[in-house]
Design a protein around this ligand. Structure first.
Ligand code: NAP
Length: 490
């Protein structure tokens, strides 16, 4: 990405030092763009991997695929790596590429306004900065969703959201409840079933559970990865895995595709073969299309929920009481600890930050109906402002690192143009944005995400907020921007 024609000393500000922000920092420094900074609201890098530390946290994307393409890691312990190991990978990589030196920790950007041809930024602490280009890498799943269950505050035991896990609270031998059975809740149940005295999993809607194995890599395997870069490259790009990702993600655009039917058959066989009690099996049987919610990969959830200490509670929750959870059927489930695995409000992105584009255009107004961005990256009236893993980007069971790398590659065309002085401002045209959004909404309704379930993929009107076309199309689009869709001002 190095630019030999550079004539301008442009300043780039990146928002967020998670996976995508660190990636941006690495690529900026590599290209010699040292006039840059990453603003991070917390005191450490890592984004989702910093915030989530719950028991059982693992990535459900294979470890070697969940790495930067340019920074393979021979030392992964498992096929599906624990969260702490991923956090460590990002910390190590941040230091290795010198990105730690450009991060400003404990600096939350609260205002970002385009005035006089530049972005003017202000943090909660009152720090001010200016930039020619802003890259928003603020993440998707960071605004916690607390359930509106009556009496929640009255519970006298320990209660916390899973992304704020309180490690001072003992779990062994205690009565633990977990509300929510998304990827998070399921991983926690697997980890706590052997530890808790009694473990209650409160399920509102059954999930599709895809079986997966999670073998540890042996010392010999890790030594071989270290010794042989070609082998490590192969691990990062295993043809079978990539073909599966491609096939699965290209199936998502059509709920009636063969790929979705295959996923359902595999998950149902997992349910039938693993869950022995027919009553429990029926409680765990989903009644909507597989992959409508994010598919859950688990090596052991069905075994964990059949542990003698574990109980699936599928009767509705009436309220919380000081002693525990009162069910709609009148039963009180007494608890010492309650973990809220109730997910995130995904539609916020960089908000509540006040982002103001050209001529006072407010992001909150532009996104009043739903968050939207041309090609999931840029918006009219917000020149030189680009998003990584922003609205309408691909979501699913694959590496978001790969998505961010492709998006940054796309953005780089504009960074080079701005840096070379070929233009001063670049933003998609209103026409391009409207046509994109019209087509996106039309296609979104046909995806499996819109086939009749509730999930964080849906916007306030129940329309999937994701990339609605095939992954293949996304990769094609990210190869280079269609310049005719942009207003490029010199
Ligand atoms: P989630 O998928 O949004 O699941 C939230 C859960 O809470 C659902 O089971 C939901 O039930 C339940 N819930 C919410 N409000 C409730 C209420 N008032 N009463 C009862 N139940 C309630 O959240 P998540 O599990 O934290 O996962 C979010 C995303 O994070 C995942 O989809 C994934 O993208 C990512 N993640 C990834 C990994 C990984 O291994 N890579 C691990 C964890 C998370 P309903 O289904 O009935 O709405």
């Amino acid at each position: 990405m190095a630019d030999k024609k550079a004539v301008r000393d442009i300043r780039v500000v990146v928002m967020g030092a998670g996976m995508a922000g660190i990636l941006s920092g690495i690529k900026l420094l590599e290209a010699g763009i040292t006039n840059c900074a990453i603003y991070e609201k917390a005191d450490r890098i890592g984004g989702t991997w910093r915030e989530n530390t719950y028991p059982g946290l693992t990535c459900d994307v294979p470890s070697h695929a969940y790495t930067y393409s340019f920074e393979p890691n021979p030392d992964w312990s498992h096929m599906l790596p624990p969260g702490a190991e991923i956090q460590e990978y990002f910390e190590r990589t941040t230091r290795k590429y010198g990105v730690d030196k450009i991060i400003r920790f404990n600096e939350e950007i609260v205002r970002c306004e385009f005035r006089g041809g530049r972005w003017h930024l202000e943090t909660k602490n009152g720090t001010r900065d200016e930039a020619d280009i802003v890259i928003a890498a603020t993440g998707v799943l960071h605004h916690l969703n607390y359930p509106d269950i009556p009496g929640l505050a009255s519970f006298e035991g320990a209660c916390f959201h899973t992304a704020r896990w309180d490690h001072s609270v003992p779990l062994d031998g205690r009565r633990v409840g977990v509300i929510g059975n998304g990827s998070t809740g399921v991983q926690i149940i697997s980890a706590l079933a052997p530890r808790a005295g009694k473990l209650h999993h409160f399920q509102r809607t059954a999930q599709w559970i895809m079986p997966v194995e999670n073998p540890a890599f042996t010392d010999e395997q890790r030594a071989a990865f270290r010794a042989d870069p070609a082998l490590l490259h192969y691990m990062q790009n295993q043809p079978d895995y990539l073909a599966n990702v491609e096939r699965f993600n290209n199936s998502l655009v059509n709920a009636d595709s063969e790929g979705i039917a295959e996923i359902e058959a595999t998950c149902l066989a997992n349910l039938e073969n693993t869950v022995r009690d027919p009553v429990l099996r029926e409680k765990l049987r989903p009644n909507y299309r597989a992959a409508c919610k994010r598919l859950i990969y688990s090596p052991d959830y069905y075994e964990a929920i059949q542990h003698p200490n574990a109980e699936l509670v599928s009767d509705g929750i009436e309220c919380l009481e000081p002693a525990g959870v009162r069910l709609k059927n009148g039963r009180l489930v007494e608890l010492d600890v309650l973990a809220l695995a109730t997910g995130f409000n995904a539609g916020m992105f960089m908000r509540p930050m006040n982002v103001v584009g050209r001529d006072g255009v407010q992001l909150n107004d532009v996104w009043a109906d739903r968050p939207k961005a041309y090609m999931a990256i840029a918006m009219p009236d917000f020149p030189n402002f680009f998003m990584l893993n922003g609205p309408n980007g691909p979501v699913g069971n694959f590496s978001l690192i790969d998505i961010a790398e492709q998006q940054l590659h796309y953005i780089w065309t504009f960074i080079e143009k701005l840096r070379a002085g070929e233009c001063r401002e670049v933003a998609p045209t209103h026409e391009a944005m409207q046509a994109f959004e019209r087509d996106r909404l039309e296609a979104a309704k046909r995806t499996v995400f819109g086939s009749g379930c509730k999930s964080w993929y849906l916007d306030a009107e129940g329309i999937p907020a994701t990339w609605p076309w095939t992954r293949t199309r996304f990769c094609e689009e990210m190869k280079a921007p269609r310049l005719e869709a942009y207003a490029i001002a010199s």
